[in-house]
Structures are given as C-alpha cells and as structure tokens.
Write a protein that binds this ligand. Structure first.
Ligand code: PLP
Length: 405
C-alpha cells in the first residue's frame, strides 16, 4: 500500500490549513519539525492530571509525575535500543554535546586530540573550541568532499594515537549527507578513541539501534523529531557515563551533600541537575512512540521520491547550484542550493511570500560555507508529512523568483 501522506498530515494541527495558519508548504523541518496532536495531547494530559515536581515529594501527584518522567525515559530508551540508565535528558543536542565536552572533556589535557569535521553544526564545533581553550587539547577537522560529504579518506592521517574523541554529525544539516559510521568507528577503535555522533538530523526519520553503532555518545533534539522544544537526549555507553564527573551541580544529581563535600548520584541523574524538563520529556516520549508507529519504510520511499523530484526540478534551473550530493543515496531529505546572484535570505523571503517556508543562510555551519566560499544556501528539509505539492510550490516559487531577475 502506498504511503498515506494525507493521513499523516491530518494529524498536525498547524498543517491542516483550517487553523490560524493558512495552508503552508513547510520545508524547514531540519530547523524544527511540526508537532502532531498525539504529542500535544500527551503533554496536556500530564499537565492537567499529574503536574508536580519529580523525585522529591511523596504525595500522589508527585509520585505520578515521577512515574511519568521515568516512563518517558524508558520509552525514549526503547526508541534508541538502549537501557533507561543510559538516557540523559538535556535541553537539546547543543546541551548534550556541551555536557560531553565538559564531563568527558574534564579528563583530556594538553596534546589530547578531538577530531570533528568541516560539516558540523556550530553546536559540535564551539564546545570543542571552548575545551581547547580550557584544557589545551588539539582540535582537528576532517575536510568535506566537493559533493558535501565528510572526506573519510583523511581518517588515516588525521586520527593518531593521541585522538581521544571523534565527534561527528550522523547526517549533515546543510547537505543531508549521511556519515559512514562503521568506517569512523573502525578508525576510532584502532586509535583507542571514542566516537560521539550528533543525531539531530537522523533521529527524526525513525528509531535506531544506537548501541549497535559502536559509538560512545549519541545526541539528539526533541523539536526536530515531532516533539516539543526544550528537551533532548544524550545517550552514553554505561561505562563512559559512570566514569564521568557531573557537568552541573544542584538538586537531583547528588547522593549526599554536606557543607564540605558531595557524593554524586549514578547516571543518568548525575547529569540532570535541578528540576528536569518533565512535560517536554513526556512529549518527547510521545513523539518517539508516534514516530515508531508510522509506516517508516513507506515514509523513506516517499521522502526519497520527493528528494529526487526536488533535485530534478532544481537541476534544470538557471543560476541554481546544488550544495551537496547529487543523488538520494546515503543522504537525508535535506537539499541545499544557491541561486545566483541572490543572497539565500532574499530567496527565502520571496518564497515565504509564496507560502513556502525554507531556511536561507549559513545554517549554523559557517566553516562549511567558508570552505565553499559561499555566504549560505537555501535549504529545503523535508519530513514525512510533506507531499509533491510542497515540492512543486517551492519549484514554482523559484521559477517566479527567476522571472523577476
Ligand atoms: N546538530 C545538528 C546537525 C543540527 O541540525 C542542529 C540544529 O539545527 C543542532 C545540532 C542543534 O540542535 P539544538 O539547537 O536543538 O540543540
């Protein structure tokens, strides 16, 4: 049976066109995806039946809130094939990476090396630069190939016996290129290094067996996978989490506190100081459950077809250059391009007046833009509720932009 995109779309109140937002061609899912009714309902149900703080009071509302929060952790753990104790709730991918840069980074010192790539989002660059400035580590970067992939042929010369961590995106947010994780893990193992993967652009496409990837850390954000914002996940291998000191101090993360010293709780609570994002965690679990229940094989084919339709349409267009792989293999449904002589912001602005939401700019990936000598790209990032009409609306809008020039 063909993938029923209309049935998926109907579950997203903002996309139906009968609310306050008119029919919108929403192609900015890489920045934030929309939220289905099931997730909104789960959060509303929690707020109206079990709102209380967690792991503190003993009254029944507090116990219900604690059960719901820890239940959310179990659902999210199932979604990534992990144990609940390996799932740390954070406020998003950015805070998950910062957590690792502080807690794992605490044991790194002068001469230790961290390898990133030119294709990283700033959230997987700046925390390592801060660590370099704090601890004197050496920060190296894999270059990108001309078709917007990481140049993994350079692993041989960039990974050394001083490499402690290889921190890479699982799927690049500008080009959609998917990283060959097995190759990275092999190189890391040979050097005795750990691997962190930024899964922000990967996880919105379905559940994963994260432990089977062979990495040490995996990070993602709720708002890009049809959940609320303000919530994300750091998955960590148990031995790594157990060996790391806390990142932030406060309530929740302790075993015992005296005025002189503190002993810490076991992971994951060691890394969750203060009142956690309780309702967002419940929303994230609902999003994981919702996503797991979709026809994901159908969605994958559907999105490949839309990506091909988009790439085909762009290929014939005067002044348009693709920034990223030319095909649909090993790439997520993210398509970036430039439109000479316009700035990407201007293209995005004009498309908005045609009811098409895309992102124009550097996409928090300035090093990659610099490596291409461009100011930015226009980026269309697709989700399973997008349809051929959305892609056609984008192409029509671009043809009209062209006609204005
Ligand atoms: N990593 C990648 C690949 C991203 O695309 C993004 C967001 O666009 C992030 C990290 C940062 O995510 P957040 O802002 O949710 O922390």
């Amino acid at each position: 049976m063909a993938f029923d995109v209309a049935a998926v779309r109907a579950q997203f109140p903002i996309l139906t066109g009968d609310g306050p937002v008119p029919r919108l061609h929403y192609l900015d899912n890489g920045a934030t995806a929309q939220i289905p009714r099931a997730v909104l309902d789960a959060m509303a149900a929690h707020e109206t039946t079990a709102r209380a703080n967690v792991h503190r009071s003993v009254h029944r509302l507090a116990e219900a809130a604690t059960r719901a929060y820890e239940g959310a952790r179990e659902s999210v753990a199932r979604f990534v094939g992990a144990q609940a104790s390996q799932v740390v709730f954070t406020s998003g991918t950015t805070s998950a990476i910062n957590l690792v840069a502080h807690a794992f980074g605490a044991r790194l010192g002068p001469g230790d090396e961290v390898l990133i790539s030119t294709l990283e989002h700033h959230s997987n660059i700046v925390p390592w630069q801060l660590l370099r400035d704090r601890n004197g580590i050496v920060l190296k970067a894999l270059p990108a190939t001309t078709d917007g992939r990481m140049d993994l042929d350079r692993l041989d010369d960039l990974v050394t016996e001083r490499t402690r961590l290889i921190a890479l995106t699982h799927a690049a947010n500008v080009t959609g290129a998917v990283t060959d994780v097995a190759r990275v893990v092999t190189a890391a193992r040979a050097a005795g290094a750990e691997v962190l993967l930024d899964g922000a652009q990967m996880v919105p496409h379905g559940p994963l067996d994260v432990p089977a990837l062979g990495v040490g850390f995996y990070c993602f954000s709720g708002h890009k996978m049809f959940g609320p914002n303000g919530i994300g996940v750091l998955w960590g291998r148990s031995d790594l989490l157990e060996s790391m000191p806390p990142f932030m101090g406060g309530g929740e993360m302790i075993a015992h506190v005296s005025l002189e010293q503190t002993s810490y709780a076991a992971p994951p609570m060691r890394f969750e100081a203060g009142t956690p994002p309780i309702t967002p965690a419940i929303g994230l679990a609902a999003a994981a459950d919702w996503l797991s229940a979709q026809d994901l094989a159908g969605a994958e084919t559907h999105l490949k077809n839309l990506t091909a339709q988009l790439i085909d349409g762009l290929s014939g267009m005067q002044g348009v250059s693709l920034v990223g792989p030319a095909g649909t293999q090993a790439r997520m449904p993210v398509v970036s391009f430039t439109m000479d002589p316009l700035h990407p912001h201007d293209v995005a602005q004009i498309l908005d007046s045609h009811g098409v939401a895309v992102r124009g700019g550097h996409h928090c990936a300035q090093p990659y833009m610099d490596s291409r000598d461009i100011a930015g790209t226009v980026r269309a990032s697709l989700a399973l509720y997008n349809d051929a009409d959305d892609v056609e609306a984008l192409l029509r809008g671009l043809r009209e932009v062209r006609a204005l020039l």
